[in-house]
Every structure is written in structure tokens, then in C-alpha cells.
Design a protein around this ligand. Structure first.
Ligand code: ADP
Ligand SMILES: Nc1nc2c(ncn2[C@H]2C[C@H](O)[C@@H](COP(=O)(O)O)O2)c(=O)[nH]1
Length: 301
């Protein structure tokens, strides 16, 4: 009964005049919150929140909510996760989305799951890729890129919906998947010509199909020397990476420099280059300087 009254009201507002989805929702919430207490929670959880989510789903086309979306890019072990944790604690209203690394280390495979004793590494695609890059790089890029597209296509997180200036930051992106890793692996002959062609074909198709929903407003490039990254990689001591050579980090560094500092057009996305060389992890002053630069960069987007 209560619900039908509210929906009729909603329709009524629809017939009188066009109002923005957001205004309509505010009206809806007003009536919800003037309604009977015991039904408010029901409405909030069952109706209002999903409505907010579906209205804000495609933020770029919804005038009501404009989320500024960025990625943090940088070499392996440069300090992206560390920096994102610092940003997250400084700007708690921001949404920070980390790289789905655990998914790559634990590939769910019903066949494997049923095997009595699957070899441990058989579901660790990161390990397989480092152990035999020519065999597994194309598979890895397919999985990593799909997981990145899914991440960037997720609906806007609830905590951003009510904010005046919502910000969402991704660790890496569908763009670095192609311009850094897939490109490097092709140049190192771990992707053959056919694989590199196929990768670019479906990557370009998905970019075209989802262009507005995966576009970035800015890129933060956390830059450090390959030597510093190599030192940090061993400090972190991730088991899958123990065979990574300095030469590989040097190649990835060159690729980042080419993509983010030399190429004039990074799809015309503004880039902020930050010095990641400094040991900012336990240095509040250094990390504050970096955080302030990111905040000022975002304000200008
Ligand atoms: N600016 C920094 N100063 C000192 N140590 C750092 C810094 N950034 C990261 N580290 C350390 O280096 C290692 C790699 O950092 P991490 O954030 O995991 O890199 P990424 O996410 O880029 O792979 C971790 O052990 C981390 O504690
Ligand atoms: N071959 C690829 N490897 C990738 C890709 N994205 C990340 N990675 C590797 C690099 C690291 O070993 C690990 C996590 O990255 P961090 O920079 O956070 O250490 O995953 C990719 O697209 N291709």
C-alpha cells in the first residue's frame, strides 16, 4: 500500500514536468523519509539505494553526478599500492580501486577445482606467466585486461553518490595493460605477431564499445628509476617475482616514459608526473607533498 502510493507519486512527478533523475530521487526520498518509520529502512535498502546506483550507473552520461576518474600508473614495485593507501587515508571520501592481483594469482577453474591435487601453480597465472612468458603472456593479458575492464565498468560506488566532487582512482588501467605490458611483451617476443594483432583488435573494440564509461579524466604517473623499483621489488619479496630481471624493469620504465612523458597525445588525458624515488612511505612530509599535488591536479581537471 505504502509503496504503491510512493510509486504513483513518482509517476505523478513524471507527468507534471520533466525533472532530473536526481531531483526525482530527492522527492522520492523526501516522501520516503516523511513516511512511516518502520518502512524507511526497507525503502532505503530495497529501493532508494538501488535507484541511486542505477541512476548513477553511467556517470559520464548522467548530468547529475560527474565523478573524476584517474589511474595511478608506474613500474612494478614503484610504490603505487603504498601511495594509494596514503591517498586513501588522507582523502577518505575518495574511492580507491586496487589492481585485481589476487584474481590473477588464484584463477578459479572448475576443472582444476575438481582435480584431486591440482598442481599449486596451475591456478596462479602470475606465476605461470613469469615461469614461461612465451606460453602464458597472451593468456595473462586476456585475463588482466578483462578484469580491468570489469573494474572500470563497475557502477559508481555508493559512497561517491552523495558527494559534491566525487573522485575515483584506479591502480593501473585498461590503457597501461595495452600501452605498457602487452606492447612490451610483444617487443620481447613473448606475444607473437598474431597474438599482438588479436589483442589490439579486441582491446580497440571494447574501448570503442565502452568509450564513455572507461574514459579517464587524468593519469598520475609515479616515476622512479628501474634500480629503485628493483630494490623495492626485492624488499617486498613477492614469490612469483623472484626471477624478474632488472632489464625487464628497464624496458617497462622506457615504455612508461614513452607513453606518459614523450608521446604528445595520451588520448589527450592530462598526466601528473610524481617523483616516486623519495622514500615517502614513512615520511609524512614527503607523502603530504605528493598528496597535495594530486589534490591540486584533480581540482584542475
Ligand atoms: N616511497 C617509498 N619509500 C620506501 N619504500 C617504499 C616506497 N614505496 C613503496 N615502498 C616499498 O616498496 C615495496 C613495493 O611497494 P608497492 O606499493 O607494493 O609497489 P607497487 O604497488 O607499485 O607494486 C613495498 O615493500 C613497499 O613497502
Ligand atoms: N605481464 C603482465 N604483468 C602484469 C600486468 N599488470 C601487472 N602485472 C604484474 C607486475 C607485478 O608482478 C604484479 C603486480 O604489479 P605491481 O606493479 O602492483 O607490483 O603483476 C600486466 O598487464 N601484464
Amino acid at each position: 500500500m505504502f509503496l504503491s502510493k510512493v510509486w504513483r507519486l513518482l509517476d505523478a512527478t513524471e507527468t507534471h514536468c520533466y525533472i532530473s533523475q536526481k531531483t526525482k530521487l530527492n522527492l522520492f526520498c523526501t516522501f520516503v523519509y516523511r513516511g512511516k518509520n518502520e518502512q524507511i529502512n526497507l525503502m532505503a535498502n530495497k529501493i532508494v539505494k538501488p535507484l541511486l546506483r542505477c541512476i548513477a550507473k553511467d556517470v559520464k552520461s548522467n548530468k547529475g553526478i560527474q565523478v573524476k576518474r584517474l589511474s595511478v600508473e608506474g613500474n612494478i614495485a614503484v610504490g603505487k599500492s603504498t601511495f594509494l593507501r596514503l591517498l586513501s587515508s588522507t582523502f577518505q571520501e575518495w574511492s580507491v580501486v586496487t589492481e585485481p592481483l589476487k584474481k590473477w594469482q588464484h584463477i578459479h577453474n572448475s576443472t582444476l577445482d575438481t582435480q584431486i591435487s591440482p598442481k599449486p601453480a596451475m591456478n596462479n597465472l602470475l606465476q605461470l606467466m613469469y615461469d614461461n612468458p612465451s606460453r602464458w603472456s597472451y593468456t595473462f593479458q586476456t585475463v588482466s585486461c578483462m578484469s580491468r575492464f570489469k573494474t572500470q565498468l563497475e557502477p559508481i560506488p555508493e559512497k561517491l553518490l552523495s558527494q559534491q566532487d566525487p573522485v575515483q582512482i584506479f591502480e593501473r588501467s585498461i590503457y597501461s595493460d595495452r600501452n605498457i605490458f602487452a606492447k612490451t611483451l610483444f617487443e620481447l617476443n613473448h606475444l607473437n605477431a598474431m597474438e599482438w594483432t588479436m589483442y589490439q583488435e579486441w582491446h580497440s573494440f571494447l574501448l570503442q564499445e565502452f568509450s564513455k564509461r572507461v574514459v579517464l579524466d587524468g593519469i598520475v604517473y609515479l616515476r622512479a628509476s628501474p634500480e629503485k623499483c628493483f630494490e623495492r621489488l626485492h624488499r617486498r619479496a613477492r614469490s612469483e617475482e623472484m626471477t624478474v630481471q632488472l632489464e625487464y624493469l628497464e624496458k617497462l620504465h622506457e615504455q612508461h616514459e614513452k607513453w606518459l612523458t614523450k608521446e604528445t597525445d595520451v588520448n589527450s588525458i592530462p598526466v601528473l608526473v610524481l617523483d616516486g624515488e623519495e622514500e615517502f612511505e614513512n615520511n609524512a612530509r614527503a607523502s603530504d607533498v605528493l598528496s597535495s599535488k594530486v589534490k591540486a591536479f584533480i581540482a584542475g581537471l
